[in-house]
Design a protein around this ligand. Structure first.
Ligand SMILES: N[C@@H](CCC(=O)N[C@@H](CS)C(=O)NCC(=O)O)C(=O)O
Ligand SMILES: *[C@@H]1O[C@H](CO)[C@@H](O)[C@H](O)[C@H]1NC(C)=O
Ligand SMILES: *[C@@H]1O[C@H](CO)[C@@H](O)[C@H](O)[C@H]1NC(C)=O
Length: 234
């Protein structure tokens, strides 16, 4: 099947392996839709991974995986950059300037290695441990808050790469807060993140592809209970 872009350029065959609930995969859905790339979706059951997923991502065995003309690309940030470079005639996510690109990648690394992990720690812990984790998560959010000061989006007036990378803050953070029983994003402490969240959520492609909130709550509640009971059994 030949897929042709709105500008008439051939896109090749694009398939996305995802789950309905993965935030990493959702970022790729947003990216493809913002670029106007047509793609086929393959939903995986992570409790029973398909042989194709294991074949395409043998190292990590995770979603998302993007398949372009039969070749797999793994790891969400790598996929995001690939999409940006491959379908480059529409809106660019990363800026052109090498220094601005390096800065964007620095913050993407911060998100994945520091912010996400600290919020996850709050979600899966309890008691004193959770209090301590909350402190770290808030300090990381303070850093993000500072980045957004005086800006509508992470790179300024226009939506870009880091808005996609930090996009999970606009919905998954609330899921972690509710299921973990800890509020992190207080509007008073984080006025800029809160305003960004509103503006970000109003973008049609973003808004239209949220997974169902109630379903997410149920899933993340169960995951937390499972995690805590297995950790206690150790
Ligand atoms: N570093 C990976 C993380 C992706 C990831 O953690 N995916 C989860 C779903 S949210 C997964 O596939 N987990 C399957 C497993 O760990 O067995 C990326 O950025 O793509
Ligand atoms: C696992 O998936 C395969 C297809 O990929 C299916 O045939 C099988 O029934 C599934 N097993 C379970 C336990 O869901
Ligand atoms: C959106 O961005 C504008 C700045 O462009 C800001 O004034 C506003 O507070 C933000 N939030 C909402 C909900 O519009």
């Amino acid at each position: 099947m030949k897929v042709v872009a709105r500008n008439g350029k051939e896109m090749g065959e694009v398939k996305l392996f995802r789950t309905w609930s993965s935030p990493y995969a959702l970022m790729i859905v947003w990216a493809l839709k913002l670029k106007g790339v047509e793609f086929e979706t393959v939903y995986e059951d992570l409790a029973n991974k398909s042989s194709l997923l294991l074949e395409y991502n043998p190292i990590h065995k995770k979603v998302p995986v993007l398949l372009h003309n039969g070749t797999p690309i793994c790891e969400s940030l790598v996929i995001l950059e690939y999409i940006d470079e491959t379908w480059s005639s529409s809106t660019r996510f990363l800026p052109e300037d090498p220094l601005a690109r390096a800065t964007a990648r620095f913050w993407a690394k911060f998100n994945y290695e520091q912010l996400t992990t600290s919020v996850y720690k709050v979600y899966v812990s309890q008691g004193v441990e959770q209090e301590e984790a909350k402190g770290h998560a808030l300090e990381n959010l303070d850093i993000v808050e500072k980045q957004l000061t005086g800006k509508k989006f992470f790179s300024g007036e226009t939506f870009g790469f880091l808005d996609l990378v930090f996009g999970w803050i606009a919905n998954y953070l609330g899921i972690f807060e509710e299921t973990g029983g800890v509020k992190l994003l207080e509007e008073k402490r984080f006025p800029h993140i809160s305003a960004w969240k509103e503006n970000f959520s109003e973008i049609p492609v973003i808004k239209e592809n949220w997974p169902d909130r109630e379903k997410l709550i149920t899933k993340f509640q169960l995951m937390r209970e499972h995690f805590i009971s297995t950790a206690a059994a150790k």
